[in-house]
Design a protein around this ligand. Structure first.
Ligand code: AMP
Ligand code: ZN
Length: 669
């Protein structure tokens, strides 16, 4: 039974969906999130299913509408490009599988292929005798836009295949997340409107009437469908993917052949979280029947194949209310705003806080406490605020003028966007921040000393600065109300065992402004002892490659400061002495050579570092063109890839030993 209420709602849903189709597909500028769109779409489908007499051919559930931009030539696709049905829960996936399985009652589990659903722009590419003839957007699936010239600017799309066959290839054009962020930074700087997400950036870049603009954007292509009308090249989808690779396309490696739906679900669960480690956006997984003969038997509905479906990930973006803006004061006194939110589900977790970067950013977004804001799960753990509702204006948020902790008037150094509390000597937030940083993994790496223990030490008046960690006794720790596994003994031992750090760790741990681990490493490489560093002048420091004037000044200021002198003296009294990192030379065979170490070696890294220095070489923690060798152990990290990219010589431990004994000619590598 249909009520006038239902009729009204259906019309309303169709109108909203059509408007958003246009905003999304034609202008690459969505007004609602993909999740909201899918919800509306599902609601419309459900209402139409309950009231089939109300279905019209114009409904967006039956037809994708007009999706081409004026200015491009329209082309009629040789083979229709369908959409995909989707669900956002595993039960619906199981139901889809049951429906398909019913067609094959005699078979055991069916063979499926599950792959990532890349959130880009789908394109169809036609090749004749192995030569690229036409590139087109999906459009409404029947008619698309001819974007051949733009397609030709994408390096991962071959213009000539490795075999002279006729083939139509479909896949997704996308922009890596890192390039999207860079593009948006440039846009902000140039006063151009930002793209809402990598998909829109990819679509906006590809659908440029001037292909030169497209050529300047970092676009890539993953191929996922092959149609070969004139020859039978494959029997399964998996074989089609292998053929695409062989022809010269990039096929996304994160796919899997699965037996039945449960294996698919396991794979989906894995990628629900792992997708955040990828440098491209994904909005779900696509599940396809592997056997092409079965695909043909199952066929299509008016808008989607019956032999495939998509699982959509929980939303990465969601609207919620900005309840408050909390101010946090870091170890260098930087005051940063943090959004306190009405808790919401986002990408599978409940989110209560989001990052706002700085006060200029708040004003740029035009947000204030009380606004509804869109938050997004980014690669980082803490999500960020993207924008507010256009229509909601609650006035400008006023940045604080005093430190929320010690109430000192804040300062904004020239040319910086960040506000600082200048009271580094007495501001509890800064002192606690420095103690916590001293103990952190990147610095002295003292196990068990984190924010909550530092808080307790502070409120019990047991420490005034990080040097005081070394005067703490087991009894002191017993006074704190500790969680079981962090026993007083362990904390005490961890601190005492950290008294002889490398010079790099020690310098890093001091929280000197502008001096992170890498800069600390450069300095440690150059000066034999802490005294030499204390006595170094700006002109000595800037001689070091990689140290600029600002950093040099920051170092000399730090060691001239009376309070810092007092802390350093205390450290010395407690027996905290960095190991001099300049070791006695025994030969010059590595003179002028810089080494970077990655992966696990048979002995601790510092043994190799020392050996390099004894032989006149230097070590560094990052790979650049200036790196002479990368010494790679087991499971090497990204430094290995970077070295390969730059053509830096890579040594195994064995190579290294032979090289250091002088019985290998380096030309051999
Ligand atoms: P939808 O846009 O939600 O209807 O989903 C269908 C779209 O998913 C297709 O048109 C493709 O653009 C896109 N897609 C992304 N990755 C894949 C993939 N691995 N297989 C098939 N389609 C994909
Ligand atoms: Zn303060």
């Amino acid at each position: 039974m249909q009520s006038s209420e239902t009729v009204r709602r259906i019309e309303e849903l169709r109108r909203i969906i059509k408007e958003n189709n246009e905003a999304y597909y034609v202008y690459d500028s969505p007004k609602i999130t993909d999740f909201e769109y899918d919800e509306l779409f599902r609601e419309l489908k459900r209402l139409e299913k309950e009231n089939p007499e109300l279905i019209t051919p114009e409904s967006p559930t039956q037809n994708l509408g007009d999706k081409t931009l004026e200015g491009f030539k329209e082309i009629t696709h040789k083979y229709r490009l369908y959409s995909l049905d989707n669900s956002n829960n595993f039960d619906d996936l199981r139901k889809w599988y049951e429906r398909v399985k019913k067609e094959y009652p005699k078979e055991n589990d069916l063979e499926l292929v599950v792959e990532l659903k890349i959130d880009g722009l789908s394109c169809a590419l036609s090749y004749e005798k192995g030569k690229l003839k036409l590139g087109a957007t999906r459009g409404n699936g029947i008619i698309g836009e001819n974007i051949t010239e733009n397609i030709k600017t994408i390096k991962s799309i071959p213009q000539e295949l490795s075999k002279p066959i006729d083939i139509e290839v479909r896949g997704e054009v996308y922009m890596p997340v890192s390039s999207f962020e860079r593009l948006n930074e440039d846009n902000i700087e140039n006063g151009i409107k930002e793209f809402a997400n990598p998909r829109n950036a990819a679509a906006g870049s590809l659908r440029q009437l001037n292909p030169e603009v497209t050529g300047k954007r970092d676009l890539h292509f993953f191929a996922y469908t092959a149609i070969t009308p004139n020859s039978k090249e494959f029997d399964t989808h998996k074989q089609a993917l292998d053929l695409l690779s062989e022809l010269g396309f990039t096929v996304n490696e994160n796919h899997k052949k699965a037996q039945g739906i449960e294996e698919v679900i396991e794979f989906c669960k894995k990628w629900e979280t792992e997708r955040f480690n990828l440098d491209y956006a994904t909005d779900g997984m696509v599940i396809k029947i592997n056997d092409i003969a079965k695909q043909n038997e199952l066929g299509y509905t008016s808008r989607a194949p019956k032999w495939a479906t998509a699982f959509k990930f929980p939303p990465e973006e969601v609207w919620t209310k900005l309840k408050d803006i909390e101010l946090s004061v870091g170890k260098t006194g930087a005051v940063t705003p943090v959004a306190i939110l009405e808790p919401v589900q986002l990408a599978g977790t409940i989110v209560k806080r989001a990052s706002l970067h700085n006060f200029d950013e708040i004003n740029r977004l035009g947000i204030n406490v009380g606004n509804e804001v869109l938050i997004k799960k980014a690669a980082e753990i803490i999500p960020k605020v993207i924008r507010k509702r256009d229509y909601e204006d609650l006035g400008e948020y006023k940045a604080p003028d005093e430190c929320p902790i010690c109430h000192t008037k804040l300062v904004k150094p020239e040319g910086e966007v960040i506000l600082y509390c200048p009271n580094s000597l007495n501001c509890p937030a800064q002192i606690k921040g420095k103690i916590e940083y001293w103990a952190s993994k990147e610095a002295m790496d003292i196990d068990g000393i984190g924010g909550s223990i530092v808080d307790k030490l502070w409120t019990n008046n047991l420490v005034e600065d990080f040097a005081d960690l070394y005067k703490l006794t087991i009894d002191d720790f017993m006074k704190l109300d500790l969680i079981k596994e962090k026993s007083a003994d362990n904390l005490y031992n961890a601190i005492q065992n950290s008294k002889n750090p490398s010079m790099t760790k020690f310098l890093t741990a001091l929280s000197i402004k502008l001096i992170g681990k890498e800069t600390a490493d450069l300095i440690a490489n150059e000066f034999p002892t802490l005294n030499d560093i204390k006595n170094a002048k700006v002109e000595d420091l800037i001689k070091i490659d990689g140290i600029g004037e600002k950093a040099a000044l920051s170092i000399t200021e730090f060691f001239d400061d009376e309070n810092n002198k007092r802390i350093l003296k205390k450290l010395e009294e407690y027996g905290v002495t960095p190991r001099g990192s300049v070791v006695e030379r025994i030969s010059n065979i590595f003179e002028g050579k810089t080494f970077v170490i990655t992966g696990t070696l048979s002995k601790p890294r510092n043994i190799f570092e020392e050996r390099i220095k004894q032989l006149g070489g230097k070590t560094s923690s990052s790979v650049s063109k200036k790196t002479s060798y990368v010494l790679a152990g087991e499971n090497p990290g990204s430094k290995f890839d970077k070295a390969t990219q730059l053509g830096v010589i890579i040594l195994s431990e064995e190579d290294f030993i032979r090289l250091s004994e002088g019985n290998i000619n380096e030309q051999k590598f």
